[in-house]
Design a protein around this ligand. Structure first.
Ligand SMILES: Cc1ncc(COP(=O)(O)O)c(C=O)c1O
Length: 503
């Protein structure tokens, strides 16, 4: 007998026949609050074009508006809370759903995805185990296969949905680490005489996830080889080969090459075919970071390297970028599902999931880092069904076409200097009078940084920045199905007006 109550609860008080949980909600109250909330959200969407994109509040102002209350001892009614909190959010948020939001790589969220989030939370399936989420898990399995098909990856691919691009890249990284270490790295880590320095090769344009990955998974950031890029910002494959050969001579273990399929600053795609040849020659894992650009592979007119993404062993994608899924939704595909099991699977005694199901790959706790998992797939799957492949092709084409129109407008503008225009990312800067040779780089950098700060404060548009060859640039990235051509064509004048004022 192991029975032992670890806490003394007054049982006579707490064991009435019916309990009255403070978070429970009657059906009428649930409907009334829910209908009202949907009405308010619909009105918010209608009003977005007339609202500032960003609120322009300082952190201190936001903190004051929120109020510095301690944890409440007693509760507040749900209707009161929704009335208060929806207004706070509506009036003090940065809206990536605004037609003039083109900052970072953050998408307008599909309305069907937003409603699907509610449905998913209502069912609340735990997609860690199939038996806890039969329909939800199968929807996720199908979502993975559809995404794979959409971008021309492999039928029967392994994969799963995760919280975002970083996590998707981490999963690919861990699968590569496990597949290429020639000792039991899961058991011993790097604390064994057989362990070697495992080297990852990435271009200088690679997103910062690689630093977190090498750090978190024991490889160490010193083992990243940052390979220079050429004049097109693509990884220099000659320098890559030389670096691999140097590491082999030094007794290190080169294990993976990361190719970028749509870099965060400029949208550049690395030469994937060439990277694949190098990986085959040296027995390395080819991982693609397609968090942003991977979905452009669905376009018949995609840049050539994107047409061969099937050469990769794994690929990270972000449905919350170019599938316009509400945050959070990342996705990783791994060509051979076995590699995910090899890297992540354990079988604790307290899980008794059906073996037949495991073969189908639907006990997702075995395929990635999470144990309990939510139903991220629904919002992605519903939008894929709503738009279909053709619908998505149309939306991505519009984003790219508008970016090209913006670039043409910048080219024609006497005081704006364009730098790059790839996929749906354009970079440019303001140059007073139009002749950059009249100013130092420092002056122009400082001026454009100030322009960016003012733009964010004023809230007419939202862009972010890139630094290219030491130049601080404004950068717009359209992953926004709400943007109209007139919105993006307004950008040059808005920037110029702020620039002139600051000069
Ligand atoms: C190329 C690339 N990789 C990875 C990431 C990280 O994605 P997330 O922010 O979804 O984790 C980003 C984000 O912009 C990205 O552009």
């Amino acid at each position: 007998m192991f029975i032992h109550f670890s806490m003394q609860i007054n049982q006579s008080f707490h064991t009435k026949n019916t309990r009255n949980a403070p978070v429970a909600m009657g059906s009428d109250e649930f409907k009334s609050i829910g209908y009202q909330l949907i009405d308010q959200i619909a009105e918010l969407f209608e009003s977005l074009p007339n609202r500032p994109v960003s609120p322009g509040n300082s952190p201190k102002e936001i903190k004051n508006l929120l109020g510095n209350h301690g944890m409440p001892d007693t509760g507040t009614s749900a209707s009161e809370l929704f009335a208060e909190v929806s207004q706070k959010l509506f009036n003090h948020s940065t809206f990536n759903g605004h037609p003039r939001f083109w900052g970072y790589i953050t998408a307008s969220a599909t309305p069907i995805g937003i409603l699907s989030e509610l449905l998913a939370a209502a069912i609340n399936p735990n997609t860690g185990g199939w038996e806890l989420s039969p329909m939800a898990s199968e929807i996720e399995v199908q979502t993975i296969q559809w995404i794979s098909e959409l971008i021309g990856y492999h039928p029967g691919t392994g994969g799963l949905l995760v919280s975002g691009g970083n996590m998707a890249n981490f999963v690919g990284f861990v699968a590569a680490r496990c597949a290429k270490a020639n000792w039991d790295v899961r058991k011993t880590g790097f604390s064994t005489p057989e362990a070697k320095k495992m080297i990852a090769y990435v271009s200088q344009e690679t997103h910062t996830w690689i630093q977190k990955a090498t750090d978190l998974f024991g490889v160490g950031t010193d083992q990243i080889r940052w390979i220079e890029t050429d004049e097109n910002f693509q990884i220099d494959t000659t320098k890559l080969t030389e670096a691999i050969e140097r590491d082999l001579s030094a007794g290190n273990l080169p294990f993976m090459v990361v190719g970028t399929a749509g870099s965060v600053s400029t949208g550049v795609v690395d030469p994937i075919e060439k990277l694949s040849e190098i990986c085959q020659k040296f027995n390395l894992w080819l991982h693609l970071d397609g968090a942003y650009g991977g979905f452009a592979a669905m376009l018949p007119e995609a840049p050539d390297p994107l047409k061969v993404i099937h050469l990769a062993d794994s690929i990270a994608l972000d449905p919350h970028k170019w599938l316009y899924a509400p945050l959070e939704a990342g996705c990783v595909l791994v060509k051979n599902p076995r590699h995910l099991l090899d890297a992540f699977s354990y079988h604790p005694d307290y899980y008794h999931f059906d073996d037949a199901v495991e073969e189908n790959g639907a006990n997702f706790y075995e395929y990635g880092m999470q144990n309990s998992r939510g139903f991220r797939a629904l919002k992605v799957w519903m939008a894929l069904r709503q738009a279909g492949k053709n619908g998505y092709i149309q939306m991505l084409r519009d984003d790219i076409a508008y970016t090209q129109k913006l670039t043409e407008a910048i080219l024609q503008h006497p005081e704006l200097e364009p730098f790059t225009s790839r996929l749906s990312i354009a970079t440019f800067r303001f140059v007073p009078g139009g002749d950059a040779s009249q100013f130092s780089q420092e002056y122009l950098n400082d001026l454009n940084e100030k322009i960016l700060t003012s733009l964010k404060k004023e809230g007419k548009v939202f862009v972010s920045n890139a630094v290219i060859n030491g130049n601080f640039l404004l950068r717009s990235c359209i992953v926004n199905f709400r943007t109209q051509l007139s919105d993006i064509l307004a950008l040059p004048e808005i920037v110029t007006e702020v620039g002139r004022r600051l000069v």
